[in-house]
Design a protein around this ligand. Structure first.
Ligand SMILES: Cc1cc2nc3c(=O)[nH]c(=O)nc-3n(C[C@H](O)[C@H](O)[C@H](O)COP(=O)(O)O)c2cc1C
Length: 217
C-alpha cells in the first residue's frame, strides 16, 4: 500500500476478530519497526508480544485491576489543560458516543475496560524502555509506535495504542515478569478489525493545520 494512503486511512480500531495473528507476521512487522530512526542509533526499544491464553490472562487481570482501582484513560497532564485541549478531548467523546450507543455501551466503561482488554485483539504488544535512559528516549519509543501502527496497517492488520496500561505498570511487570529496570511505556492492540462492529465506523477528526504550525520566515 502507498505510504501516504496508509497515513490517511489508518485509524485506531476498538473491536477485533478473534482470528489469531501468526508469530511470523508479527516478526515481519517488528523487523520493519526496528528500521525506525533512534538517537545515536541506540535502538532503545524492547517489545513484548503476548498472545493466546497468556493474552487472555493478561486482559482478565487488567480488567479486574481496573474495576478495583478505577484508574481511567486520561491525558496524564501535569498542569491544567488549556480550553482547546479540553475541547478536543470532549469532541472525541461526543463523536464516538453515537457508535457506542448503537452497541449499547457506555463510553467510560467501553474505553477503560476495552483498553485493559486490548479491545479483544488476539495480540497485546508492550513497548518498553530501559530505565537507564532519560525521558528524552521516549521520543524513540513514540517513533517506533508510529512505525508499528502504519506497518501493521500495510499488512492488513489493525491496531490501537493503549496508553492506559501505563497506569497499571507495576501489575503488568509482575504479570509478565518484566525486570525492574525496564519501564512499560505504551501498549498496542494488534489484530484483524471486526468490520461488523459500529465502533470501527468511527473516525477521529483533526484540527486544522493553522492551529499547529507557526511559520517563521
Ligand atoms: C500515546 C497514545 C496512547 C493512547 N492510549 C489509548 C488508550 O489507552 N485507549 C484507547 O482506546 N485509545 C488510545 N489511544 C488512541 C487514541 O485515542 C487515538 O490515536 C486518537 O483518538 C486518534 O485516533 P486515530 O488513532 O483513530 O487516528 C492512544 C494513542 C496514543 C498515541
Amino acid at each position: 500500500m502507498d505510504l501516504l494512503e496508509a497515513v490517511k486511512i489508518r485509524k485506531s480500531i476498538r473491536a477485533f476478530k478473534s482470528d489469531p495473528v501468526s508469530r511470523q507476521r508479527i516478526e515481519e512487522i517488528f523487523n520493519l519497526v526496528i528500521r525506525a530512526p533512534s538517537a545515536i542509533n541506540l535502538q532503545p526499544w524492547e517489545f513484548i508480544v503476548v498472545m493466546g491464553e497468556e493474552k487472555e490472562r493478561l486482559s482478565r487481570r487488567l480488567v479486574k485491576l481496573y474495576r478495583e482501582k478505577q484508574i481511567s484513560c486520561s491525558p496524564g497532564n501535569v498542569k491544567p489543560l488549556s480550553a482547546e485541549f479540553h475541547k478536543r478531548g470532549a469532541e472525541s467523546f461526543i463523536l464516538m458516543n453515537p457508535y457506542l450507543e448503537k452497541m449499547g455501551q457506555e463510553f467510560n466503561r467501553f474505553v477503560n475496560e476495552g483498553s485493559c482488554n486490548f479491545y479483544g485483539a488476539p495480540a497485546a504488544t508492550i513497548f518498553c524502555l530501559d530505565n537507564a535512559f532519560s525521558e528524552a528516549r521516549l521520543v524513540d519509543i513514540g517513533i517506533a509506535l508510529g512505525y508499528f501502527v502504519l506497518i501493521a496497517h500495510d499488512f492488513g492488520l489493525s491496531t490501537c495504542p493503549i496508553g492506559l496500561i501505563n497506569a497499571y505498570e507495576d501489575d503488568i511487570k509482575e504479570i509478565l515478569n518484566i525486570p525492574d529496570n525496564k519501564d512499560v511505556v505504551i501498549g498496542a492492540a494488534l489484530g484483524y478489525a471486526d468490520p461488523t462492529s459500529p465502533i470501527n465506523e468511527f473516525t477521529s477528526p483533526r484540527d486544522s493545520l493553522e492551529n499547529f504550525v507557526r511559520w517563521i520566515d
